[in-house]
Design a protein around this ligand. Structure first.
Ligand code: GLN
Length: 479
């Protein structure tokens, strides 16, 4: 579906020339939310609040246009793992039902300071664990292209909210691909910044050394604007970097690397491979030199990622004990029973699986064999990624080995689900930024994504390259 406004710039032009008012715009989006309810995108819509804020911001513009912030006019949804003061947040889990945020995440705080409008919280995989947005207490999210297919995950609601024009941008979270993979499955842009670029204060933790808030939008320029607003140092998160968002130029000829083992990977489906190879061919004619390189660590990515994130998750999720937040089992009579029953009844099966896996790899006797080994492999992945990105401006890959699958198709096979992350987890393991942009469609009309990664903290250059490709790369369907 064609969005009402393809870019924030076009919207602002119309708002400034009074072709449209902010209250009209919010009504349009609220209408779209109503019309697309069967996609199960939103867990909660902040309708009255968004309308009131639109009135207030319209007045602000009439009284003193120069005082309006950078995101004035942008309507944004947030994944249900991002805290917004006074609003419920549940991580799509029964265990947090009824919990209200006591403070806003730094990212939301900064969006509001710059006059953005938050329209609602979006459905996702429980505690951001998943690749299909099927592991939600609120039921699966449905792709806007085909409601029988998954939108990707875990930030599937956020991706579809932008894909079918219920808002202009969305905040998701990306621990191993949860912004880029759904962006690819939905044919939009999704960016995961470098670890430390955006404060994690107010983001419900999954794997703390991997998690980053990322942005979904129709185009790379809008993603870049939102990312700049939410970035930067924060007293509440010491891992958020101090240095500001450096601007960089793209200077051609560019040097781009891609992995030979990725394009020969048995999981890579033919149509995705062909689209990727034709993107490379096109780039070669545009002063972008693409080199195929060896990369021995590809098949170690997924196991390393799942050992480490499960370990971090098992520790992070120990705080949900039936006492301090959300759900408490009514069947419990003792303290021990309160812990056990609240967690047994409150968590879904995927989350339990990961808590068990994480506790196992951290247990004495297995710590060295699994956790420590995975930490060492992560170090190698980081070092190797840094080395490649000293020689090349970017690494490119298909974002996913295949397009969106049918709802239910992979539910029973966790390994199948985990292996769908093979191309996205490197960026989180290595702490580097990555973006997915549209790369045409399959014969059946399913969107494909092209992933670009750059050196740590070089997101500006990466976003400029993404914008260049998005404008120029031919988006022809296969066939
Ligand atoms: N699919 C991956 C997982 O389940 C990534 C999730 C994410 O990035 N939050 O862990």
């Amino acid at each position: 579906m064609k969005p009402l406004y393809k870019t924030f710039f076009l919207l602002q032009q119309d708002l400034k020339s009074k072709k449209i008012t902010l209250p009209n715009l919010v009504d349009y989006y609220l209408n779209r939310i109503e019309e697309t309810k069967n996609h199960n995108i939103y867990i909660e819509v902040f309708a009255d609040e968004a309308r009131n804020r639109a009135l207030h911001l319209q007045k602000k513009f009439q009284e003193s246009p120069e005082s309006c912030g950078k995101l004035w006019g942008m309507v944004i949804s947030i994944k249900d793992v991002i805290c917004y003061e006074g609003h419920e947040v549940s991580a799509a889990s029964k265990i947090l039902i009824g919990f209200k945020s006591l403070y806003s995440s730094t990212a939301v705080e900064r969006i509001i300071q710059e006059d953005g409008i938050i329209i609602g919280r979006t459905n996702c995989d429980e505690f951001a664990m998943g690749s299909a947005s099927e592991n939600s207490f609120f039921g699966p999210v449905k792709n806007g292209i085909d409601p029988e297919r998954v939108p990707g995950g875990s930030s599937g609601g956020s991706a579809v909210s932008v894909q079918i024009d219920t808002c202009m941008a969305s905040l998701g979270s990306d621990t191993g691909g949860s912004v880029r993979q759904p962006a690819a499955f939905c044919g939009i842009v999704g960016v995961k910044p470098s670890f430390g670029r955006v404060s994690r204060h107010g983001l419900i933790a999954y794997g703390s050394s991997f998690d980053q808030i990322g942005v979904f939008s129709q185009n790379a320029e809008d993603a870049s604007l939102v990312l700049e607003v939410i970035s930067g140092a924060d007293d509440y998160d010491s891992t958020a970097i101090q240095n500001s968002y450096q601007k960089q130029d793209l200077s051609f000829p560019l040097r781009v690397a891609y992995y030979r083992p990725a394009i020969h990977h048995p999981r890579l489906e033919q149509q995705t491979k062909l689209a990727f190879l034709s993107a490379i061919e096109w780039m070669e004619n545009q002063n972008i030199n693409c080199h195929s390189i060896e990369f021995d660590l590809l098949d170690l990515m997924v196991p390393t990622y799942y050992v480490l994130t499960a370990a971090e998750a098992s520790s992070n999720l120990s705080r949900y004990d039936g006492i301090r937040f959300g759900y408490r089992s009514s069947k419990a009579n003792t303290l021990d029973e309160t812990y056990k029953l609240s967690r047994t009844e409150g968590f879904g099966s995927e989350v339990k699986k990961r808590i068990m896996l994480g506790s196992f790899v951290l247990s004495s006797g297995y710590f060295d064999d699994y956790f420590e080994k995975a930490q060492n492999v992560r170090k190698q992945i980081k070092a190797e990624s840094e080395k490649i990105l000293k020689d090349y401006d970017f690494i490119i890959m298909p974002t996913t080995p295949a397009p969106a699958w049918k709802i239910g198709e992979k539910t029973l096979d966790p390994i199948e689900n985990y292996l769908a992350d093979i191309f996205t987890v490197q960026a989180n393991l290595a702490e580097i930024p990555a973006i997915s942009i549209p790369m045409g469609k399959t014969k059946e009309g399913l969107p494909l994504g092209l992933q670009i990664m750059s050196a740590k903290f070089e997101e500006d250059k990466m976003l400029k390259f993404a914008a260049f490709l998005q404008k120029n790369l031919p988006q022809t369907p296969q066939g």
